[in-house]
Design a binder for this molecule. Structure first.
Ligand code: CO
Length: 152
């Protein structure tokens, strides 16, 4: 996991410094999760030239989704705690998210070990001046499984 994290950080840094060509001109990002309750990256930068952005989530562990499930949820930073709390009551059948909650900007289903999923969302709905938070809404995971997403 460490090399992947370093690579990602380097790509984000060089994109920011050059200010022109993003390392992510394909308008998508891959992120892996595991049985140790971890994402393999905590920074995502979306190129502002993208109309849509896709996040491809994989779970390289072996545990089932009801034990060590992971999803990828995007919201404003101040909404994370509330969404995660309400998500517990919503249960796994709702991907641990309050149904049709306006605070949730984008989300994937909850997956277990060996599974993968993805979500595509409209970049134009994001404010370039806001640093958003992505997280896993499985009960107890959001405090450690989280990162930032911004548009540059
Ligand atoms: Co999780």
């Amino acid at each position: 996991m460490r090399p992947a994290r370093l690579l990602w950080a380097t790509a984000a840094l060089s994109a920011g410094l050059s200010g022109a060509v993003s390392a992510q001109d394909n308008c998508s990002a891959d992120i892996d999760s595991n049985d140790a309750m971890q994402f393999d990256t905590d920074v995502m930068v979306v190129d502002s030239s993208c109309d849509e952005f896709s996040v491809n989530l994989t779970h390289s562990g072996e545990l089932d989704r009801d034990v060590m499930g992971h999803n990828w949820v995007l919201s404003e930073a101040d909404d994370v705690e509330g969404i995660a709390e309400d998500g517990i009551a919503a249960g796994l059948e709702n991907n641990y998210l309050p149904p049709e909650d306006d605070r949730v900007i984008a989300y994937t289903e909850v997956i277990g070990g060996g599974e993968e999923t993805s979500v595509t969302f409209d970049v134009n709905q994001l404010d370039p001046d806001t640093v958003y938070t992505f997280f896993c809404s499985f009960p107890g995971h959001s405090s450690v499984m989280r990162g930032t997403l911004s548009v540059e």
